[in-house]
Design a protein around this ligand. Sequence first.
Ligand SMILES: Cc1cc2nc3c(=O)[nH]c(=O)nc-3n(C[C@H](O)[C@H](O)[C@H](O)COP(=O)(O)O)c2cc1C
Length: 295
Amino acid sequence: MLLNASGCLDALATPEVARAFDAFVTKTVTPLPREGNDPTRIAETDHGLLNSIGLQNPGRERFLAVVLPQLRGLGLPIWVSVGGFSADEYAETCSRLSDVTIELNLSCPNVDEAPEAASEIVAACRAETPLPLYAKLSPALPDIADVARAAQAAGADGLSLVNTIRGLALDDETLRPRLARGAGGYSGPALKPIALAAVYVCYRATGLPIVGMGGVSTGRDALELIAAGASAVAVGTALFTDPGAPHRVRADLYKAAAALGFEDPLAARGIAHAPASQLALSKRTTNKTPAYTAK
Ligand SMILES: Cc1cc2nc3c(=O)[nH]c(=O)nc-3n(C[C@H](O)[C@H](O)[C@H](O)COP(=O)(O)O)c2cc1C
């Protein structure tokens, strides 16, 4: 399954790009509207993108009344990215949603207020909704596997890995930060090894379904995240330079998997964890079933 990464695609402005995905993930929605941070909010760097959007969004009420009904018009499954500054805020938004998958954004580096512990938020949301709940985690956590385990114990159905990591870019001339807020969230190619490591350890720790993301711009990138343990892959920053990315990544993913003898890309799920002997044996005929399952 191929998704867009939250905040990287305006589906209402470019519905044809959104429809190239298997589901649409919204920008994070908070209880109150947020104007976001002051410009400059985006800076390109050599190996990735820095942003400090600051969770700009119309707020929960307008989202539910206006935006979500419009998004349903896309005819795609919708994933709503939910944000907040307390477990109660997250839980209330969850209680108001139906017929969507929920991605809990537990990891935005561009807001000052620190949210409560991930497990507390997941538990509060679990108590309010039977909908599928994915916990989106920061790659900067000291022990991401530990937090993933805690989220699983609190009732998360899956994980979204990873959000951006804090970075800073300085202006060539003034040597001052290029973003108005100084540091921002770093995404794109430089994030890929970090995302791979997060997916790898969280798959091993939990065995949960995982949406892998971070620097995906080719089919090979997607295949590697699947090999590390992802069951779905999201494309974010690549969309800013290539609206054709979803078609291309999907087609290349099938080719890259086939070139290595996998009948289906998901047959490679978790293969990075397999002992070398099992790798040869598995010769890759499974369909949808993980080639190697986390303990
Ligand atoms: C401009 C921009 C806005 C983003 N907004 C959100 C957001 O609202 N919620 C969220 O969970 N992640 C947000 N992200 C993070 C992405 O969803 C994704 O986790 C991250 O960018 C890594 O994937 P990528 O390297 O493919 O972009 C944003 C990223 C960018 C670049």
